[in-house]
Design a binder for this molecule. Structure first.
Ligand code: SAM
Length: 220
């Protein structure tokens, strides 16, 4: 690829698309790849206790998790990587220097099948960092309208914003090779970073493009 398609959401298979990127051409990958745990196969996400599950169209993209080939390519084209799902993908990702925990501020002891926190692999730093942001069914510290939720495993913009703000600089290029509804790209645009998203599903790709287009870049 002669010139990287900056600030775009690309429809395609991330392995094929990444193969056209030069070595270390991306400053930071921030992503939430498939974990390989079949989430969303029934179309029901979350719930079972005090919170009702949300119904989506059943999906099969999580039947297979991040592959070694995809991870090798991610490391080749980027200077640093932050990858959610570390507890499910440790055999592929290997040992990490830093670790990021998103604490969902869920009260202990509630009878549900939500995770109390999510853990991300980080190639940066030598420490564990915790970001606290309430996210439990309809109880959320941000994006409180149900219209804000368009993807079954959508991350809060606030979480991606906190990560990008802490682990990259103004003008850096952020890549999300499994961008889903485009949350990472929305956060990157808000923070004046360049971004590229890759998404294999046409439907999610359209959602991501719509969400990014509706996002204002700050004036300063
Ligand atoms: C866990 S979701 C990401 C959700 C995203 N963080 C969000 O906030 O919307 C993973 C996404 O990876 C996409 N995907 C799976 N395999 C892919 C591939 N080979 N190339 C590109 N995207 C892929 C799926 O369609 C799914 O939308």
């Amino acid at each position: 690829m002669d010139k990287l398609p900056l600030d775009e959401i690309i429809l395609g298979d991330c392995l094929e698309v990444m193969q056209s990127f030069p070595d270390k051409s991306v400053d930071l990958i921030v992503t939430d790849p498939p974990y390989g745990i079949g989430i969303g196969g029934s179309g029901r996400i979350g719930g079972s206790g005090i919170v009702a599950p949300k119904q989506y169209i059943p999906v099969d993209w999580d039947d297979v998790g991040l592959t070694q080939e995809q991870w090798n390519e991610m490391q080749r084209i980027s200077k640093n990587q932050i990858v959610f799902g570390f507890n499910h993908l440790a055999d592929i990702l290997g040992k990490c220097a830093g670790i990021i925990v998103w604490d969902k501020k869920v009260k202990n002891g509630w009878d549900d099948n939500f995770s109390d926190c999510e853990v991300a692999y980080s190639s940066i730093g030598n420490h564990a960092k915790v970001y606290h942001h309430l996210w439990m069914g309809a109880l959320r510290a941000s994006e409180t309208s149900s219209l804000d939720r368009v993807h079954p495993t959508q991350k809060p913009i606030a979480v991606m914003e906190w990560i990008i703000n802490h682990y990259s600089a103004d003008g850096d290029l952020i890549l999300d090779p499994f961008c889903g509804s485009g949350t990472t790209c929305v956060a990157a645009k808000r923070l004046k970073r360049h971004y590229i998203g890759i998404e294999i599903s046409e439907q999610y790709c359209e959602m991501a493009r719509r969400r990014v287009a509706a996002t204002q870049e700050p004036m300063f």
